[in-house]
Ligand binder design. Structure first.
Ligand code: SAH
Length: 349
């Protein structure tokens, strides 16, 4: 028997080809797309489609919905962390956050990660596999359905390195942006990368209006290499030159993430060196106090030292803020919940 097609991986053009291939007019594709993002779980619910088409769709396609394995609600700030089970039994995490500018969902782009950042839980067991667009879209759909609240922003900052799964991520962005579907504006989508320079150049050529965040975490190569193996492949000069070019080409400010790790990258000298390197660039620095991960050796910085680091950057003319920590009581940092669950499953087996 032929395998059924995961219809949520289709953009409008592909849906058009699918329906015309079934002898139906192309406008049916728009109808199907709008149902998919209502979202409905069955073709039978697509009540404005002719019965014959519904039958053909049922025979050849399926609508992929994730299953909620665990859900943790933060008592302090309303953040909700989800652990979703995929069709093949793998797990991914997503986080729902309420901000003044709208509800935001942080999604995963891979199961695990192969980038090896020393403070991160997602990468502890390497990469298992890439997610396909339907699995990324599914995280947003499930959360919207569960909360009953509209999601207005998506950040690709969960498990995985989005640019290491380039074509699936780009397709996800294009599908979520489609007016016939979810119609999420490009400016409501943020992508965070550890700095895969070649892929950043590809992304720049797409000239999308999405927000780009780059995980810098250090003022120089020496410190960066201690925290991020990717720094051995791409030097900071090359990375920052690409960021400068990115801001010029797209006209969009680049956001730098800087995870503050005590005793490694948090000295006054580090802040000054960082400021020197970023001066003149259209950018913003987001300071993130490192969230201690059991398997990692780094402890949390004290609040005052992060504030001081921020002040030094500001005094040097660099726009920097400290990220508000949401969901600390629900293991909201990348990969922590999956790690716990995988550990438990391993113990059971
Ligand atoms: N692979 C992408 C997305 C990762 S998650 C990237 O590297 O940008 C988003 C951010 O959280 C990254 O800046 C990542 O370095 C940071 N991060 C991961 N684990 C963390 C932890 N335990 N504490 C603080 N920040 C962490």
């Amino acid at each position: 028997m032929e395998e059924k097609t995961d219809i949520l991986n289709f953009d409008l053009k592909e849906l058009g080809r699918l329906v015309t291939g079934m002898g139906e007019p192309a406008f049916r594709a728009k109808q199907i797309m709008s149902w998919l993002y209502k979202p409905v779980d069955s073709f039978q619910d697509m009540t404005n489609l002719p019965g014959g088409l519904i039958k053909r769709l049922e025979e050849t396609c399926f609508i992929y919905r994730l299953r909620t394995e665990r859900k943790l609600c933060s008592a302090s700030d309303g953040t909700i962390k989800y652990l979703f089970k995929l069709n093949d039994g793998e797990f991914v995490e997503s986080v729902f956050m309420r901000y003044r500018h709208g509800n935001t969902v942080c999604i995963s782009t891979q199961v695990g990660c192969r980038m090896g950042c020393r403070f991160c839980a997602s990468t502890l067991n390497g990469k298992v596999r890439d997610l396909v667009p339907s699995e990324m879209l599914g995280q947003v759909d499930m959360i919207e359905k569960d909360t009953g609240e509209k999601v207005s922003n998506v950040v690709l900052m969960g498990m995985g390195e989005p640019l290491d799964n380039y074509s699936n991520v780009l397709k996800f962005i294009r599908i979520i942006n489609m007016p016939e579907g979810r119609n999420m504006g490009m400016r409501h989508i943020s992508l965070s990368t550890c700095g895969l320079v070649d892929k950043m150049k590809e992304l720049m050529a797409e000239n999308l209006q999405i927000n780009l965040s780059v995980s810098l975490h250090a003022p120089n190569d020496e410190i960066r290499k201690q925290l991020m193996p990717v720094a051995n492949k791409w030097g900071m000069k090359e990375l920052l030159d690409t960021c400068r070019e990115y801001a010029e080409v797209t006209g969009r400010r680049v956001h730098f993430e800087y995870t503050v790790v005590p005793g490694v990258n948090d000295s006054e000298k580090d802040a000054r060196e960082l400021a020197t390197r970023l001066r003149g660039m259209l950018c913003h620095v987001n300071l993130i106090p490192v969230n201690p991960v059991k398997e990692r050796k780094y402890g949390a910085p004290d609040k005052k030292s992060v504030q001081f680091f921020c002040k030094v950057l500001n005094n040097e003319g660099i726009c920097a803020t400290i990220r508000r920590t949401l969901g600390e009581d629900v293991d909201a940092s990348c990969g922590q919940l999956r790690q716990r669950t995988v550990e438990r499953c391993c113990v059971k087996e």
